[in-house]
Write a protein that binds this ligand. Structure first.
Ligand code: AMP
Ligand code: SF4
Length: 463
């Protein structure tokens, strides 16, 4: 996923604003965080592995002075979790520094990497963002905008990017607009962010999305827009999983509140898979809006059956056999009074591998639930994602390998129901060909090479 934030302002402390922006985008990636700031002469960067709150100190932010900044929170897809893959990525563009923040995943990384290596580029990390850096470094074009437009002609896949030069911020999206990127205004300047929850945290006003295939440029002269030659593909391919799970419910995409869309998904889910029960509970927090919708539509009371520990970070201790369920209990705790002796409907936004869902059902049964009915507010995840989301390889996806009744048995539930594709599209209220739905229907909007497909069909190469 990854979260991107950028700001241009001479009135505001840009490093601080970026820090707050990244804070609200933490849900999009927890592996590393970084901020670059330009003062017109130099770009200074602080980046480290860890959460936003762990990476930056008051002192490190004080050293980041300037009028423009770009920040990044990383969730790893291509490339392992090392400091070399942390972003923003610093590159050299004809003698001047540039700082790159990327959300998405390129699907022709290997080919481009080999081509750049042949021309003498030495890679330090394994991320596809470094391929973008290498292509820009090797460009014969000395104009950054032109070099980026040229690069858009060769890179394939999902990319929402912010590239900052000494005196310029350039925000761009791939021609299908697979990952989000939004433009806001603030005081005397502009803000760019993956989601508008990051605009509201710094009191920026949402203007519009960066369009698929658009380059939105901010500099001394104001702003201007350019379209890539690949910009008009006759369709868009926004990731439907952003609506379902990735983005925060308080964000707005294509003019629609994600919270309301998720509530509608829950309503549709009940219509498609009705059940009689004493209470509807959610897997917090991602399943909650759909559970509320399910409750509203069914008239079954919504209850808090599971409490989420909101302060959990990453742990390096692997539980041993005796403590094997500690993982899920660290994150979720049952409320016995809400569950004991009751017929429970549990609503979650999606099932991917099925491993967490299985543990949650076990927890509900151990807490005395009389019946457990699982409802999922997305269709069955049948295919891997190549555009920036770790939805595992095909052999790990429970729905790709088991029938509905086998999944019911595997999870040990009394019934199970997934939202249909029609129910999903009805809730999002956008035409089918304006979105990517590949992990549900296998129709990849950008063709994926057989060798790349194979890697995800046989083993998981994500980190
Ligand atoms: P599982 O039962 O192991 O498939 O886990 C299902 C849970 O994973 C659901 O609560 C989803 O919200 C969550 N989920 C869905 N997609 C992802 C993803 N790409 N990364 C992490 N969690 C996810
Ligand atoms: Fe989103 Fe699924 Fe498409 Fe990946 S394959 S971009 S997760 S809809």
């Amino acid at each position: 996923m990854c979260g991107i934030f950028a700001i241009w302002s001479k009135k505001i402390n840009v490093a601080e604003a970026t820090y707050f922006g990244l804070f609200s985008l933490q849900h999009r990636g927890q592996e590393s965080a970084g901020i670059s700031v330009t003062n017109g002469q130099e770009i200074h960067t602080v980046k480290e592995l860890g959460l936003v709150s762990q990476v930056f100190t008051k002192e490190s932010l004080l050293n980041l002075n300037g009028f423009a900044a770009v920040g990044h929170t990383r969730y790893s897809t291509t490339g392992s979790v090392t400091i070399h893959n942390a972003q923003p990525f610093i590159a050299n563009f004809h003698g001047d520094p540039i700082s790159i923040a990327h959300n998405g995943n390129l699907i022709n990384t290997e080919t481009l990497r080999a081509q750049c290596q042949e021309k003498g580029y030495i890679f330090k990390g394994t991320s596809d963002t470094e391929v973008i850096a290498a292509l820009l470094e090797q460009s014969s074009n000395h104009n950054l905008e032109e070099a980026i437009l040229e690069m858009m002609g060769v890179i394939k896949g999902a990319y929402s990017l912010v590239i900052m030069g000494l005196n310029k911020i350039i925000a761009l999206r791939d021609p299908l607009g697979i990952r989000p990127l939004v433009i806001g205004t603030i005081a005397d300047g502009y803000v760019i962010a993956s989601e508008d929850c990051a605009l509201s945290v710094v009191a920026a006003k949402r203007q519009r999305d960066v369009l698929p295939g658009e380059l939105f440029v901010i500099d001394e002269n104001g702003t201007h827009t350019r379209m890539s030659l690949q910009g008009n593909l006759g369709r868009s391919g926004f990731c439907s999983f952003e609506y379902i799970y990735f983005a925060r419910p308080d964000s707005v995409f294509n003019g629609k509140s994600l919270y309301s869309i998720r509530v509608k998904m829950g309503r549709n889910l009940f219509r498609e898979h009705p059940v009689e029960a004493d209470a509807v509970i959610s897997v917090p927090d991602s399943g909650t809006p759909a559970a509320i919708g399910f409750s509203k539509e069914s008239g079954i009371e919504f209850a808090e059956g599971l409490i989420k520990n909101r302060y959990i970070g990453r742990t390096f201790i692997q539980p041993d056999q005796l403590l094997r369920d500690v993982g899920v209990k660290l994150k979720l705790n049952p409320i016995i009074d809400a569950l004991k002796g009751k017929k429970i409907v549990i609503v979650d936004d999606s099932i991917v591998r099925g491993t967490t869902s299985k543990k949650i059902v076990k927890l509900l049964r151990e807490s005395g639930a009389k019946e457990v009915h699982f409802r999922v507010s997305a269709p069955m995840v049948m295919n891997p994602c190549f555009y920036g989301i770790d939805t595992a390889s095909k052999n790990e996806l429970i729905a790709a390998n088991k029938s509905l009744s086998e999944i019911q048995d595997e999870l040990n539930v009394d019934s199970i129901g997934y939202l249909s594709m029609e129910g999903l599209l009805n809730a999002i209220h956008l035409p089918k060909d304006s979105m990517c739905l590949a992990c549900f229907n296998g129709e990849y909007p950008i063709e994926v090479s057989n060798s790349l497909k194979k890697s995800k069909y046989l083993f998981d190469n994500n980190c």
